[in-house]
Write a protein that binds this ligand. Structure first.
Ligand code: FES
Ligand code: FES
Length: 205
């Protein structure tokens, strides 16, 4: 190269160094690389407590809670985002735990059914479910209690239609829906309907 050229001299060594630096920048921007398939450290905040696990990255939050928690109040039924039995609150938002990887729930506040009662005292929603006989086999109940809890946190006096909509992602094979509606009305301090209209989620505005 002509010594009067404004371009810096590039040889093989400086070229490869430049490529290496660029690759480092790209990796930094992309964040941590793939993890697993073996177990990796995972820290979850469950019901106000930090818990350390060793989990394969493929483990769902539902399986982490039930199999490693062990917090078996969260139920596994469909395992495919259909029934709501596995519902938990994540940062206050109702979430199907079968559809979330435990590793992705790090840094978020997870509340399970076990985290609602404090010092043995049930929440108004839990007590209302008992008072209104809103459960039979009880398999759907943790999910419905959490769905109702999330609803009342954002809407303290929901209408019947709003209760139906909020609980529409939680299926009850025993058919306790009318009693669930009454329980939410009671927990919200509203008069409890003697009868409820037939549930037709398609007509809920
Ligand atoms: S078990 Fe998660 S929605 Fe049914
Ligand atoms: S009470 Fe049995 S599934 Fe709801």
């Amino acid at each position: 190269m002509n010594s009067s050229s404004p371009l810096p001299a590039v040889n093989r060594r400086t070229f490869l160094k430049g490529i290496g630096a660029m690759a480092d920048e790209i990796n930094k921007a992309a964040g941590p690389g793939p993890q697993g398939p073996g177990a990796v450290p995972v820290t979850l905040t469950i019901n106000g407590e930090k818990k350390d696990f060793q989990l394969e990255p493929r483990v769902t939050l539902l399986d982490a809670l039930r199999n490693y928690g062990p917090l078996t109040g969260t139920k596994e039924v469909c395992d495919r985002a259909t029934c709501g039995a596995c519902s938990v609150l994540i940062d206050g938002k109702l979430t199907y735990s079968c559809m979330k990887l435990a590793i992705d729930a790090q840094g978020q506040k997870i509340t399970t059914i076990e985290g609602l009662a404090k010092d043995g005292k049930l929440t108004p929603v839990q007590q209302a479910f008992i008072d209104c006989d809103a459960l039979m086999c009880g398999f759907c109940t943790p999910g419905l209690v959490l769905a109702s809890t999330a609803l009342l946190a954002s809407n303290p006096k929901p209408t019947e239609a709003e209760i139906k909509r909020a609980c529409s992602g939680n299926l009850c094979r025993c058919g306790t829906y009318p009693h669930v509606i009454k329980a939410v009305q009671k927990a919200s301090g509203q008069s409890v309907a003697e009868t409820t209209t037939v549930i037709n989620y398609g007509s809920v505005a």
